[in-house]
Write a new protein. Structure first.
Length: 82
């Protein structure tokens, strides 16, 4: 998850990224593991839970990104209209 609609402009970088839409979500991030900009591509929800965390936040250089592994943490979601 990006933190603002504007942040998606920097994060959605594939040729087709700007043809979709933004989802506004309320998410219970729980206990957050802060990671460096390279994060951990081998991380899984189970590994994260074993470490006592529910989600990850990291900044790859263009603003914070939040990773949530459990659908149960998404409280609500709707389409964002500009």
């Amino acid at each position: 998850f990006a933190t603002t609609p504007a942040a998606t402009n920097k994060k959605a970088i594939s040729p087709h990224s700007h043809t979709g839409f933004i989802i506004v979500a309320t998410v219970d991030v729980g206990k957050v593991l802060h990671m460096n900009k390279t994060c951990d591509r081998s991380m899984t929800g189970k590994k994260l839970a074993r470490q006592g965390y529910n989600s990850i936040v990291f900044n790859p250089g263009d603003g914070d990104e939040h990773i949530v592994y459990s659908n149960d943490r998404v409280i609500s979601a709707k389409a964002y209209s500009r």
